[in-house]
Every structure is written in C-alpha cells, then in structure tokens.
Design a binder for this molecule. Structure first.
Ligand SMILES: *[C@@H]1O[C@H](CO)[C@@H](O)[C@H](O)[C@H]1NC(C)=O
Ligand SMILES: *[C@@H]1O[C@H](CO)[C@@H](O)[C@H](O)[C@H]1NC(C)=O
Ligand SMILES: *[C@@H]1O[C@H](CO)[C@@H](O)[C@H](O)[C@H]1NC(C)=O
Length: 503
C-alpha cells in the first residue's frame, strides 16, 4: 500500500508508561525455528571487526537485533503491501501489521470498535486488541511526554485519554487513543543459534474507528506499524529504552514471492551506498539529484528540492505500493522510457503501456536514481507493472497534490523491492544495495561489550497466504484512476500510507 499518510495526530494526555516485566510462556510458534546463523557470508573478519570496534566506541550500550517476520508483496493487483506479525498485550495476542516507513505510529484495531475490518483476503486471521483484556495495558495519560511529542496537537478526549487521528495519503484514516502495553518480538543476541522471545513496553494506538482502504476486505490487516523517525515509532521507542540501536533494514522480495527480511539492528553488509536523510523533515527525505534513463540524465536537481514551506521532496516509503514523481521530471522520465524501449508504446487515457511478453531486461531501459550519496540502479521491473499477460504499463505515476500542499516524490515498494534498504537513524542516512532477499543479511549485536555477527535470514516457514497471483481482477480503466497518492479516494487497489504534517 502506498502510504502517504496524513498523520494529523491530535492528542494530548500523559500517563507514565511503566516497565512491566513479562514472563511469557510462549511466543510465536513460527518464530521458534527461525534460522539464525553465526558469522558473515564470506566476508573478512577484519572488515567487520573494524566496523564493530568503531560502533563499540561510539555506543556504549546494548545493541540487540530484533527480527520480524515479513509477508506480502509489491504487486498492486495482488496485495500491494508488506506486513509483519508482532505480539501485543498479556497474555500475548498476535497481530498482522502493515510495515510503513511513511508514518510513525503503531496502531491496531481495538475493542470496542466502531469501524474495524472483520475478515481479510490475505488469508490471515484478524484480531482485535482489547485493552481491558490485557493485564499489562495502561491508558496513556494526556500529560505523558510521548502524547505531547508524538501527537503535536495534544488532544484529551472526554475520558482524559490521549487521542490521535492519522489520515493517510490514500484518504484512509484511523482514530483512537494511545495505550502502553507489552510488545513481544523475536530477539537475536548472538550468544546462541536460536532466537529468544523478548518483550518491552511501548506506546501505541488503540484504533477504534478506521475508514477508507483500511477497511478494504481484500487486504485488511490488524493495523499498521510506523517505522518513521518520531519518538512514537517502535524503533525510536526501543532505542530510547536502550534495547536496540535506532537502525533498521528491510529487504522486500518482489515477484509476489511474499517474503523478505525486516530487522532492527546494526547492518554490517559491505558495499551499501548511503545518502544523508534530509534533517528536520517529517519523513525519510533524501536528496535526489537526477534520474537517468539508459545513462542519460532526464531531469534537474531543483525539481526534487524541498519547498520553502516544508514537506515534499523525495521520500523512501515502504508503506506505498508504487512510485510517484513530481512534474516535470515525471513526464521527462516517461518520454525517455518510451524513446528507449524496443517496443512501441500505447498511450491509453494517459497511461503508458506496452503489448509485450518476455523478459523486460534489454528491451526496456535501465534507470538510475542519482542521490547525493550515490547511484541506485533500477531494472525495468522496478518501474513496470504487468497488468495482464502480455501487457505492461509504466508503474510510476505523476505526483499530484491539492493547492497549498507539498507534492512528494515517493519511492515505494516497486522501487525498494529486491534491495537491502537500511534506515540508519543513528547516523542520519539511508543505505541501499541490490539484494537477493532470500539470502541472509549480516547484522551485529552487542551485549555487555561483547559483539557478535549474525546472519539474519528470512523466516523459513511459509508465509501466511496471499491472493493467488493468477487473479488479476483489476480492469485497466479502474487502474487508470490511480493517479496520485494524495487526496484521492479512488485508490481502490493501491496503498498509500504516508502521513501529512498537521498544517
Ligand atoms: C470515524 O472517523 C471518520 C473519519 O475520520 C469520521 O468522519 C467519523 O465520524 C468517525 N466515526 C465515529 C463513529 O467516530
Ligand atoms: C547525471 O546526474 C548526476 C547527478 O547530478 C551526475 O552525477 C552524473 O554524472 C550525470 N550523468 C551524466 C551522464 O551526465
Ligand atoms: C563477554 O566476554 C567475556 C570475555 O570473553 C566473558 O567473560 C563474558 O562472560 C562475556 N559476557 C557476556 C554477556 O557474554
């Protein structure tokens, strides 16, 4: 799903979150066989030792690795989102949450619920979090600093709860109030080959009123897990408690294989290129300097600049299915693809498509995104979508917006898939590297000054089912309505979870 989320977090109210110690009798059944191996993949110890020594000097704290399962895919005609599974509450209940770097808050469907989905075409059992059913749940008071910090516009509801509302770029919304409760996850500490079940107390949203695509039964999930930079995001909260570094990575497997890697921890892979995160922005903004098609630049850096009034720019957002590019860069990009393709284009109601079957490579041009820190090479499947057998269309869209709102260029799953993408909030940078997501990634963990290197692999168990790839119910005319992430309520098959600042 495309996540241009308007996170109009209205709320205020504060209660002290306290640190309950949880004694869990069981965790995720499917986590128990998680395959974690010691050691890197054919890289020199010296290389890693230098990195580890550097990190140890810099951070005198524990650096655990938290490993989340990942399911879903980037195909807007199948699922169009990636989701993970976490445990919340005591006793622990398992929830499927969309993974989103375009927003900050974790929220779940919450009882008693006015508007929550009741079933999901993703073949996952939906659950509703019930704060009164969890012995470790506490309602966050309006005076709590996380309520004030996270919600920007504090708002106590009539029951003195810290209420929130998040509105996303596809027009969907969630509202509710904040609670503090246990999150249960899979921790790798490097001292054994297996994962241990760990927990911490975090603040998250009890969402009792969801609207729009969040109720869409074909791909409903239990909620959403924001991985943004704000204090309210789970990586920020775990880092603030000294449990993990504020660094995480995803490797989204493309081609509807429905899996990949999602891990919080210090990524130690070599050859990752990094570009600075533009400071002071609400999202993971980066400086895009140019787009090249077949190695010829088609745009100019100024096109992608962040406007004076803030917002906009170019963001990494795994909560968005496709990619959205501002004009005039978008038109220049499409023209260059058409010029360089070896197949003639058909323009249908503004969308550029090609009747073609076979391998895309060599027939459609390669694309390069030039970031301030290095170049990201894209293959044709990272900008083309197969809409039917023998029929492809360009899967990047023009970014449009309402007057007065900044236009974002959004790099969603179609661009981010089949790559290791590292969000390094410790050093203020985002990294990437083309990657086969069925391979493990090297991550370091540190405990009481002892470092170890782990290989985090995708979960070996079969992922919860997604729609069969053979079902492609979307007609072209419907698909054509998907022209912008923001301010459209016609995004029937695309997810856009990017939150807007509260103007
Ligand atoms: C649910 O949220 C929508 C949109 O934010 C709002 O219009 C509606 O009144 C809310 N419904 C309830 C029952 O709170
Ligand atoms: C394209 O633009 C990038 C970024 O400005 C620059 O580094 C690169 O050299 C340019 N390539 C060509 C062929 O001009
Ligand atoms: C760290 O390493 C030292 C020396 O090898 C060892 O004595 C100690 O038990 C280790 N600590 C942990 C937490 O593993």
């Amino acid at each position: 799903m495309l996540a241009l989320v308007i996170l109009l977090l209205l709320a205020v109210h504060i209660a002290e979150a306290h640190n309950a110690v949880l004694h869990l009798k069981h965790g995720f059944a499917h986590l128990e066989g998680s395959s974690v191996k010691q050691g890197g993949r054919g890289m020199s110890r010296g290389h890693f030792q230098r990195l580890i020594d550097h990190d140890r000097a810099r951070m005198q704290r524990r650096l655990a690795v938290v490993d989340f399962p990942l399911s879903g895919n980037d195909d807007p005609l199948v699922t169009g989102l990636y989701y993970t599974q976490v445990g919340l509450g005591t006793p622990m209940q398992s929830f499927y949450l969309q993974v989103d770097t375009g927003s900050d808050l974790l929220w779940v469907n919450c009882a008693p619920c006015n508007n929550c989905p009741s079933s999901s075409g993703l073949n996952i059992p939906l659950s509703i979090y019930n704060p009164t059913g969890s012995s470790s749940s506490e309602i966050l008071q309006c005076s709590n600093s996380l309520c004030l910090e996270a919600l920007q516009k504090p708002d106590c509801d009539s029951m003195n709860r810290c209420s929130y509302q998040s509105v996303y770029g596809d027009g969907s919304a969630t509202s509710g109030y904040l609670v503090s409760d246990a999150i249960t996850y899979n921790q790798l500490d490097g001292t054994s080959d297996s994962a241990t079940i760990s927990s911490a107390n975090i603040v998250f949203g009890c969402g009792y009123n969801q609207t729009g695509d969040l109720l869409q039964p074909t791909r409903a999930v239990d909620g959403l897990m924001g991985f943004g930079q704000d204090a309210i995001s789970v990586p920020s909260q775990l880092a603030a408690q000294g449990l993990t570094p504020n660094v995480f990575a995803h490797c989204l497997e493309g081609e509807n294989k429905g899996s990949g890697i999602l891990v919080i921890g210090e990524v130690m892979e070599p050859d990752v290129l990094y570009t600075p995160i533009v400071p002071g922005q609400q999202h993971y903004n980066v400086e895009l300097q140019n787009i090249a098609v077949n190695n010829i630049n088609v745009s100019q850096p100024s096109v992608f600049a962040i406007p004076n009034y803030g917002g906009g720019g170019v963001i990494f957002d795994c909560g968005t299915t496709l990619a959205y590019i501002v004009q005039p860069a978008y038109g220049d990009f499409v023209d260059a693809v058409v010029r360089n393709a070896l197949v003639e284009a058909n323009t249908l109601q503004g969308q550029t498509c090609f009747s073609y079957s076979g391998s895309l490579d060599g027939v459609f041009p390669g694309v390069t995104l030039y970031f301030a820190g290095g170049a990201m090479e894209l293959s044709p499947d990272q900008y083309m979508i197969q809409q039917e057998v023998g029929f492809y269309c360009i899967g990047w869209f023009e970014s449009t917006t309402s007057p007065g709102y900044p236009a974002y260029s959004i790099l969603g799953d179609i661009v981010l898939k089949d790559k290791l993408v590292v969000y390094d909030n410790e050093r203020g940078q985002i990294g990437w590297k083309s990657y086969d997501c069925t391979q493990g990634i090297s991550v370091s963990s540190e405990r009481e000054g002892n470092s170890s290197l782990l290989t985090v692999n995708p979960y070996q168990t079969s992922a919860p089912g997604v729609h069969s790839a053979s079902s492609r119910p979307l007609s072209i005319s419907l698909f054509l309505s998907i022209l912008a992430c923001a301010f459209s309520n016609m995004l029937n098959f695309i997810v856009c979870r990017l939150d807007y600042p509260p103007y």
